[in-house]
Design a protein around this ligand. Structure first.
Ligand SMILES: [Zn+2]
Length: 277
């Protein structure tokens, strides 16, 4: 079984064909986690997971740092016509109880994507993002599930927060998705119990090889982050979970092992970290 540990087949970009997209992945032996980013996409991920009740299709629920402010709207995520799709980018106020309740669903295997994103920042963004992130660390603790972390241009603050709240983390604390940190960040996050997911970018950029080199095999996972960041040789097309195999091929090559071994290792890692069978 291959595993797409971070994808969004439940986003607006797949509104017309998500069933076919997910079936295509399952036919290619690819399981997946559809990752929530705010109230509506979190709820939707659970609904989609239950449509595939007996398949390895899971969800995480959480509030992405960019959705703590109203400034950003992504049509691939939320749709061109917000009213028609029923999704809004609302500069959401974090509601602990809403996410805790969603997180008790058996198809929910983690909390996120949560974390810090300093790429676009308003005057109070850092404080707000930190509060919302800590709130989600506490949801994860309350339901005993791992974290699905997004971090962009903010690894120093992210690691500081995780260290301060270390006692709330599970031994397998979760994963850092689309990891772009330095080898030094890598070591600190490994020490905190985190694993790392790598996607399409590793098929065409070599910037992350130094980190991949020092991550033990039992801490590496694969992702697509579909519909974004399409891997080679599909560049220019909409990304989808079935393409995760391209990332796994590259990770196997970088780690100097056979593809089948990398595939089995990633599936075992996913089962252990996200407590799935
Ligand atoms: Zn994502």
């Amino acid at each position: 079984m291959y595993f797409d540990a971070h994808t969004h087949a439940h986003f607006a970009a797949f509104a017309d064909d998500y069933r076919e997209v997910i079936k295509r992945a399952l036919d290619a032996r690819v399981g997946m986690i559809n990752v929530g980013t705010q109230r509506d996409t979190s709820k939707r991920g659970i609904e989609v997971a239950h449509e595939f009740e007996n398949d390895p299709v899971y969800a995480t629920v959480g509030l992405h740092p960019v959705h703590t402010e109203a400034s950003f709207h992504d049509a691939k995520e939320l749709g061109d016509n917000e009213t028609a799709k029923g999704f809004t980018s609302r500069g959401e106020t974090f509601d602990f109880e809403y996410y805790r309740e969603l997180a008790t669903d058996p198809k929910v295997v983690g909390i996120g994507e949560c974390g810090l994103d300093y790429y676009r920042l308003g005057p109070d963004s850092k404080t707000k993002q930190a509060e919302v992130f800590i709130g989600q660390i506490e949801v994860a603790q309350a339901v005993g599930k791992p974290l699905m972390i997004h971090c962009r241009d903010a690894f120093s603050d992210l690691i500081t927060i995780l260290k301060e709240h270390r006692s709330k983390l599970k031994p397998d604390a979760g994963v850092i998705h689309f990891f772009t940190g330095t080898p030094e960040n890598t070591r600190e996050l490994l020490d905190l119990g985190f694993g790392f997911t790598f996607g399409g970018v590793v098929t065409f950029a070599r910037d992350y090889d130094p980190s991949i080199n020092i991550i033990p095999l039992d801490k590496i996972l694969s992702e697509t982050d579909a519909p974004y960041v399409t891997p080679a040789p599909y560049r220019g097309k909409r990304n989808e979970p079935a393409y995760v195999i391209e990332a796994v091929k590259k990770l196997a090559e970088l780690k100097g092992i056979e593809l089948a071994e990398m595939e089995a290792q990633i599936w075992a890692n996913a089962q252990r970290i996200f407590d799935i069978s």
